[in-house]
Design a protein around this ligand. Structure first.
Ligand code: GLP
Length: 249
């Protein structure tokens, strides 16, 4: 178990390997009658992993009955029905197609009243703990170096909280929202410490436009200016890359 990078020719091959690891973890817990606690991510990077997991559910009898999931983040404010919500995304790509118990699905709720948010975030954190902690955390990375929505400035000890989105993040999301003015300015996100407590972390990055931030994340100094650099200190984190995101290493 150590921190390393794996570089694949393309994201399809890479995503199959990541999905295979998740499937093996789920099955290894099943034979012990244990729950498998997965931390899940949104964005374009994990889509092929979810498609592969759905395929394994349909064709290889992979069951998710023992899986408890916690998503990293959600825009705020955001309704569940909104096509841009991470709630919608997760159901579209994964939850609607597998046998996970609805009560085992946890996604930060973008409809919580602002005055109740602090307590809501404390409770989200507690729920992860009560589930036994994250066995596996899947991550993408934003061009700002965010993981989840832990934007530059995020402290290593940060927990689940509401944050203000970086301008670059909102620019990157603007095509999904039909213009930057429609992109929410805030989000609820698991914290850096929430993520780092996961027993296993896999960060995926595809394409040339991630090459610069991948170089800083893996080879740069550890700093809250690039929150993903905190992963360098995790004992069991792997950066799964394609040849393009790895091109500056
Ligand atoms: C969003 C998500 C992040 C994700 C990032 C990268 O900001 N909140 O968790 O890692 O996008 O997105 P993509 O995978 O589409 O490049």
């Amino acid at each position: 178990e150590k921190n390393h990078n794996v570089i694949f020719e393309n994201s399809i091959e890479a995503s199959k390997v990541v999905a295979q690891e998740i499937a093996e973890l789920i099955r290894s817990k099943q034979v012990k009658n244990k729950t498998c606690v997965l931390g899940l991510a949104t964005g374009s990077s994990p889509i092929k992993v979810y498609e592969e997991l759905v395929r394994m559910h349909k064709e290889e009898d992979l069951s998710f009955h023992n899986v408890v999931s916690f998503n990293l983040d959600e825009y705020y404010p955001m309704t569940k029905e909104n096509r841009q919500s991470y709630h919608y995304f997760m159901h579209q790509y994964l939850f609607n197609h597998i046998d996970i118990k609805p009560e085992n699905v946890n996604i930060p709720d973008g409809t919580v009243a602002i005055e109740d948010l602090n307590q809501y975030c404390v409770d989200y954190e507690l729920k992860i703990k009560e589930a036994g902690g994250l066995d596996f955390q899947l991550l993408g990375i934003g061009r700002t170096g965010h993981v989840g929505f832990n934007e530059p400035g995020s402290h290593i000890n940060s927990g689940t909280r509401i944050i203000t989105l970086d301008h670059i993040t909102r620019v990157d999301a603007s095509s999904d929202f039909n213009g930057i003015d429609n992109v929410p300015t805030r989000a609820i996100t698991m914290g850096v410490s929430t993520i780092l407590r996961s027993k296993r972390i896999v960060l995926m990055a595809w394409g040339q436009n991630k090459a610069a931030i991948i170089k800083r994340t893996i080879q740069g100094e550890i700093t809250s200016e690039v929150p993903a650099t905190f992963l360098q200190n995790h004992s069991n984190a792997t950066f799964v890359l394609d040849q393009f995101s790895a091109s500056e290493l």
